[in-house]
Write a protein that binds this ligand. Structure first.
Ligand code: DQA
Length: 147
C-alpha cells in the first residue's frame, strides 16, 4: 500500500522558517520520519511538496485511486482552499490533516480549516511527530483492509 504525504506552501522552508514556531527539523527530516514509519508498516510513501494550490489539487487527483490514504499539511491553503477540499472529498481512502503547530492557539484566521470536516482526523501541535502518527494511522488502516 502507498501512503501519499503532501506538503503545501512554505513547508519547503522548514528548519529555516520561524524556527521558534516550526522547529529546527527540515522537510527532509520530516519526510524521512514518514518513510521510516510507513516502512515499519510495510507501506510505501509518495512524498511531495509544492507552493501551488492547483498542483496540490492535481496530485490529489493523480493519487486518489492508487494511494491507500493521504497525509496532508496544506499550510495556509488549509484556511483558504475550497478547491483542495473538493479534491479531497473524492478520495476513497482516509485523509489526515496535519499541522506542526497548534493552529487553534494562533491567529483567528488559522482556526478555520476548509478541510477539517471532510477528513478522517486532524493532528495539530505535535510537530513532526504528528506526521508519524498520521502515517501510522493511514498505514494501519491500509494494511488491515488488505488482509
Ligand atoms: C501549518 C499552519 C498553517 O496555519 C500555516 O499557514 C502553515 C503551517 C502548520 O503546519 O502548523 O504554513 O499548516
Amino acid at each position: 500500500p502507498l501512503v501519499a504525504v503532501l506538503n503545501g506552501p512554505n513547508l519547503n522552508l522548514l528548519g529555516r522558517r520561524e524556527p521558534a514556531l516550526y522547529g529546527h527539523e527540515t522537510l527532509a527530516d520530516v519526510e524521512e520520519l514518514c518513510r521510516r514509519t510507513a516502512d515499519r508498516h510495510g507501506c510505501d510513501v509518495d512524498l511531495r511538496q509544492t507552493n501551488h494550490e492547483g498542483v496540490l489539487v492535481d496530485w490529489v487527483q493523480e493519487l486518489r485511486e492508487s494511494a491507500a490514504g493521504f497525509v496532508v499539511n496544506a499550510g495556509a491553503y488549509t484556511h483558504t482552499s475550497i478547491a483542495l477540499r473538493d479534491a479531497l472529498v473524492t478520495v476513497p481512502g482516509p485523509v489526515v490533516e496535519v499541522h506542526l503547530t497548534n493552529v487553534h492557539a494562533r491567529e483567528d484566521f488559522r482556526h478555520r480549516s476548509y478541510l477539517a470536516d471532510v477528513v478522517a482526523a486532524v493532528v495539530a501541535g505535535l510537530g513532526p511527530a504528528g506526521y508519524a502518527a498520521a502515517v501510522e494511522y493511514v498505514a494501519t488502516r491500509a494494511t488491515r483492509s488488505a488482509v
